[in-house]
Ligand binder design. Structure first.
Ligand code: HEC
Length: 211
């Protein structure tokens, strides 16, 4: 009796096991098929990404995100676009455009984003922990069109070594040059070219920091 019971239970569970296993097999097939389709799609997509996430894509994005009109005359267009991409996606504007947002245009308050282009990259942001230090005007100087009035070589010295070109021997504070200075020379050159193309603005402060 026990064994019959046992085998009956066994048969019953065997039967339901068979059914389950058929369903299971079908589900597995469907899953396998769909994951192959997914993987093929994914592969194709990542192939696309590999083909398009190049300088050209960043250059195009750079032109899309530039918040000010650009003067491309006598500039290398690709470098300007790439420089815009880097400057506008790397935090330069957080410190060098002050106040950063127009009234009602602060995305941190859930408002539609409107950068304060009237002082775009014209400096002036104070840093209370560093009395006397203010971000500098990076726009092209009115006479020579040099970003922050710096030659390319001086700009490189700022970005690589934090050398304050206006106060020899002084090292720039707050400015994250040890971070940005690790970019390739090509990218730093692109930043410089972009800064040549933005509108020239007066300093958004009285005196540059000398501390
Ligand atoms: C965290 C804030 C901050 C960020 C982010 C920042 N800067 Fe600065 N930057 C400063 C400050 C502050 C100074 C002036 C520092 C001083 O006087 O000690 C400065 C100075 C400079 C100078 C020197 C200008 C001159 O007149 O000598 C250049 C060039 C510069 N920054 C470029 C950049 C670029 C390009 C970026 C983005 C890739 C950037 N900065 C991002 C804060 C910042």
């Amino acid at each position: 009796m026990r064994s019959t019971e046992y085998s009956a239970t066994g048969a019953a569970s065997g039967g339901s096991y068979m059914q389950t296993s058929n369903v299971f097999r079908r589900v597995t097939l469907v899953l396998a098929a769909s994951s192959i389709v997914f993987l093929l799609g994914f592969d194709r997509q990542s192939g696309n990404d590999k083909g398009t996430d190049t300088d050209q894509m960043r250059i195009q994005k750079g032109f899309e995100v530039a918040p000010v009109p650009l003067n491309l005359e006598g500039k290398d267009r690709d470098l300007v676009g790439l420089g815009s991409y880097i400057v506008n996606s790397s935090g330069c504007t957080d410190c060098h455009t002050w106040p950063t947002w127009n009234p009602g245009g602060n995305p941190f308050l859930g408002q539609p984003e409107h950068m304060n282009t009237a002082v775009y990259l014209a400096g002036g942001r104070p840093f209370p922990a560093f009395p006397g230090v203010k971000s500098r005007n990076l726009t092209p100087d009115p006479n020579y069109g040099l970003p922050a009035g710096l030659t390319l070589q001086e700009f490189m010295d700022v970005m690589h070594h934090g050398q304050d070109q206006q106060n020899p021997g002084r090292i720039l504070q707050v400015m994250p040059w040890p971070v940005f200075g690790k970019k390739t020379d090509y990218e730093l050159r692109a930043i410089y070219e972009y800064l040549r193309a933005i509108p020239s603005l007066p300093n958004n402060y009285e005196k540059p920091s000398t501390r």
